[in-house]
Design a protein around this ligand. Structure first.
Ligand code: HEC
Length: 130
């Protein structure tokens, strides 16, 4: 009986540790690293990310790049990777510049974008433009 309760304690602690590790892994997205990759990739030449305190360097009125904070999520990450490599278009337009860095950096940048983006409940229809 004693041995059994010891075993129970060991098992319960083991489950707790495993659960903790899983939860911790879930949160390992490094926002600071993603932010620095965003700047390193020079996205901030054209795009502000106001929520993160990032301003667009190009202040010209002709700069049409949207602030990426509150980005309206209409495409998934796979699509956005292609869009940023100029392999896909949005509204028949390709992104003005092709991303030349590492795939893992682009992945981080897009995670940041999607993390702070919002799903638009009123526009779930993919075929709808605007
Ligand atoms: C030379 C300026 C410039 C740079 C640098 C730039 N962008 Fe853009 N980006 C734009 C413009 C302009 C648009 C809008 C294009 C359009 O409306 O067709 C855009 C659109 C986007 C969109 C689509 C937004 C939407 O409406 O769906 C995303 C996402 C995006 N950029 C991400 C990035 C990321 C990430 C980087 C850095 C790797 C980056 N951009 C670098 C100018 C730039």
């Amino acid at each position: 009986m004693k041995a059994l309760s010891k075993l129970t304690i060991v098992l319960v602690s083991l489950i707790a540790v495993v659960a903790f590790v899983l939860v911790a892994q879930e949160k390992t997205f490094d926002e600071e690293l993603a932010k620095s990759k965003f700047i390193e990739a020079k996205c901030n030449t054209c795009h502000a990310f106001s929520h993160l305190g990032i301003e667009a360097k190009n202040k010209s009125a002709s700069n049409k790049a949207p602030d990426l904070y509150n980005y309206k999520i209409e495409h998934d990450k796979d699509f956005l990777v292609k869009y940023l490599k100029k392999e896909e278009s949005i509204n028949n337009k390709k992104h003005p510049v092709a991303f030349k860095g590492k795939d893992e950096d682009l992945d981080l940048i897009l995670s940041l974008l999607l993390l702070h983006g919002k799903h638009d409940e009123n526009h779930n229809n993919n075929t709808e433009k605007e």
